[in-house]
Design a protein around this ligand. Structure first.
Ligand SMILES: Nc1ncnc2c1ncn2[C@@H]1O[C@H](COP(=O)(O)OP(=O)(O)O)[C@@H](O)[C@H]1O
Ligand SMILES: [Mg+2]
Length: 339
């Protein structure tokens, strides 16, 4: 089966061309096998198959004629546990706030899931309506964290260990100014808070606009937004806010940089309020994550990826805005978009 180029390239980057080539060659066989085993009928749509950077998604009908999808996760030699972890999370949510899993095959890294509306994700909603919807979804997903998942506390402890070495990368980052040390110091304090957090919720750490799809109405005519594609962790609920703050920057409703920064702070605070999260910890966790993203981009830039500078600048902009530090006249609408 031919898979979209972005999926092929990402998989090849992580697991090598040999694994990726073998996987794409096996897809036809795996689909045929699962179609028989799970009594499915192919149900091709004008835009299908669908894909992100990590999986191929194929529309099918169940034996009862219900629209569903088969999702094949690409090989991931970096984290061979990832498929099991995603399944653990989706099973714990059991269709409440997240897509329902109908069947799975761990050896093929395949899941049969209810079909949501592929063409309608949360980016279709005007920004001012987002906090209410996102906050409700975040609350629906708040269940005690199952064991066996990576803990935010451990991630944060790892960040603390590397913090001095990572901060040294800032010397070569032209956009970094002395005033930005207050942002970096604040991030360090928030990372320390995350490392010592006693909260242990199941988290979707990648709950951005494009991983939230509209559902089809159920038997009672009720349709809700549902999360897909979790990056499952356990830890404090405040950790989930950040991915909504580094997307849709061009839509921030102001043309004046300090006004844009103020808008983002207000938006983040509203997200926290709607998700029943302490705003200080919500904004603090987002500052921590964006400073860590900046470090990650700076390490890639060291490896010769020039485009990473633009990504580091966007992360710094968001962390400045949330920290109430000047964004130095940089227009959010001109920042490099994610991806
Ligand atoms: N349950 C689903 N129903 C309908 N479409 C889906 C479903 N799950 C995924 N998709 C479509 O497939 C795309 C990729 O799926 P996703 O699970 O996000 O994979 P990736 O890990 O590659 O981002 C989504 O952006 C969406 O268009
Ligand atoms: Mg996705």
């Amino acid at each position: 089966m031919k898979v979209p180029q972005v999926l092929y390239e990402t998989a090849a980057e992580i697991s090598g061309a040999r694994h990726t080539h073998a996987w794409t060659r096996a897809l036809d066989f795996m689909l045929m096998e699962l179609t028989d085993r799970w009594s499915l009928t192919p149900d091709p749509q004008p835009t299908s198959p669908w894909a992100g950077c990590e999986s191929l998604v194929i529309p099918v009908l169940t034996a009862q004629g219900v629209p569903a999808i088969v999702r094949f996760a690409a090989p991931n030699t970096d984290n061979p546990q990832v498929h099991d972890q995603i399944l653990t999370a989706l099973r714990a949510w059991d269709g409440r706030g997240a897509v329902q899993v109908l069947a799975d095959d761990p050896s093929f890294r395949a899941t049969l899931q209810e079909r949501l509306r592929t063409d309608t994700n949360l980016s279709a909603l005007p920004l001012e309506q987002v906090p209410e919807v996102w906050g409700q979804l975040a609350q629906a997903l708040r269940v005690p964290g199952p064991s066996g998942l990576v803990r935010v506390q451990d991630i944060a402890a790892g960040w603390l260990e590397r913090f001095e070495a990572d901060s040294a990368l800032l010397r070569d980052f032209p956009d970094f100014t002395p005033a930005d040390w207050s942002v970096v110091n604040a991030a360090r304090l928030w990372i320390d808070r995350l490392a010592r957090s006693e909260e242990s919720w199941l988290l979707h750490a990648d709950l951005h606009y494009y991983n939230i799809l509209a559902g089809h109405p159920d038997a009672h005519g009720i349709a809700t937004w549902k999360a897909i594609d979790p990056q499952p962790l356990t830890g404090p609920a405040a950790y989930m806010i950040a991915p909504l703050l580094w997307n849709r920057m061009t839509e921030i409703p102001s043309t004046e940089p300090e006004g844009q920064a103020a808008w983002l702070r207000e938006f983040a605070t509203e997200l926290c309020r709607c998700a029943a999260v302490d705003p200080a910890l919500g904004l603090g966790s987002a500052i921590a994550r964006e400073v860590e993203n900046m470090f990650w981009y700076l390490r890639s830039a060291q490896g010769g990826t020039q485009k990473a500078w633009g990504d580091a600048t966007r992360s710094l902009w968001v962390a400045r805005a949330l920290s109430h530090v000047s964004v130095h006249g940089i227009d959010a609408h001109r920042l490099k978009p994610l991806g």
